[in-house]
Design a protein around this ligand. Structure first.
Ligand SMILES: NC(=O)c1ccc[n+]([C@@H]2O[C@H](COP(=O)([O-])OP(=O)(O)OC[C@H]3O[C@@H](n4cnc5c(N)ncnc54)[C@H](O)[C@@H]3O)[C@@H](O)[C@H]2O)c1
Length: 269
């Protein structure tokens, strides 16, 4: 008799923000493959919501909202718990990039608006999601996982606003891990260049620009990295599974897994 392989997340329930595309969507798919009982997904557009339901049916509950709103984060947590009965893992992932915009390329007025937008999504969005999910995660002794970036550790993966926002995410992970121990583990995954439709800020008029559409982006990233590759979203998903898994990461908190093709050891240009 064949014994079915049990997934690492058998029966777990997660909420993924920004799970309608890119890395977040790959995490949703992989968590379901690993046996998750259901996934809440917070998205920005009806199109993303429809696509998720078309692919995953009643394995997902989709909430539309803006991660900069506390009320929208709470609605997403509540919808997930109402549908699936609990919450084991929060994946804070929604983000916006700054297209390498250097400080002096922005006027003071642009900086004012762009700081609020980029920190609003990349930092405040994570803080609010953590607050909204806190009670449910303490109850389940679950975990939080935040998507950071090579820009959480190094310069050059964005402009000052993006790099500072991702460094702030690192501080947030450490502080929340400290505050939530021993009930809730708090960790992160730091991808490097990945083929996704990551967009630019509305405040710089770059909301229609997509990272994956930058000319020669894939070749340039691949050539500059020791592993000579640019990642696809699914290349990072296993790290989220590992960190979410109580059986396999029981003793792991305040850790960020770098999934960036070896940025640290890239050759000097
Ligand atoms: N693509 C890369 O090269 C790369 C590298 C390192 C880190 N990251 C990080 O990965 C995460 C996911 O990005 P991605 O590359 O998969 O791009 P993506 O654009 O496919 O995913 C980001 C998601 O966040 C959502 N989002 C943006 N602003 C939002 C808001 N205000 N409210 C709700 N949802 C919002 C978008 O709709 C989108 O679905 C981000 O945190 C990003 O900074 C990406």
């Amino acid at each position: 008799m064949r014994v079915a392989n049990r997934g690492w997340l058998e029966g777990d329930v997660a909420l993924v923000t920004g799970g309608g595309s890119g890395i977040g969507r790959a995490v949703v798919k992989r968590f379901i493959e690993e046996g998750a009982a259901g996934i809440g997904v917070m998205v920005r557009s009806q199109e993303q919501a429809d696509n998720l339901v078309a692919e995953f049916g009643n394995q997902v509950v989709v909430s539309m909202g803006d991660v900069r709103s506390g009320a929208d984060n709470q609605l997403a947590v509540d919808a997930t718990v109402a549908r699936f009965g609990k919450l084991d893992t929060l994946v804070g992932n929604a983000g916006v990039w700054d297209f390498f915009t250097r400080l002096e390329k922005m006027s003071l007025a642009d900086l004012d608006k762009s700081f609020d937008e980029i920190f609003g999504v990349n930092v405040k969005g994570y803080v609010l999601a953590a607050r909204a999910a806190a009670e449910a995660l303490r109850a389940s002794r679950g975990s939080m996982i935040f998507t950071l970036s090579n820009s959480a550790f190094y310069a050059g993966g964005g402009g000052p606003l993006y790099v500072a926002s991702k460094h702030a995410g690192l501080g947030l992970i450490k502080q929340l891990a400290y505050e939530f121990a021993p009930e809730v583990r708090v960790n992160g995954v730091a991808p490097g260049g990945t083929v996704t439709p990551l967009r630019g800020p509305e405040s710089l008029g770059k909301q229609e620009r997509r990272l994956s559409e930058i000319p020669n982006f894939q070749e340039n990233v691949a050539n500059s990295m020791p592993l000579k590759m640019i990642a696809q979203p699914e290349d990072h998903a296993g790290h989220y599974v590992l960190l979410a898994s109580r059986a396999n990461s029981k003793a792991t908190t305040a850790v960020v897994i770098q999934s960036d093709g070896g940025w640290e050891i890239r050759p000097m240009r």
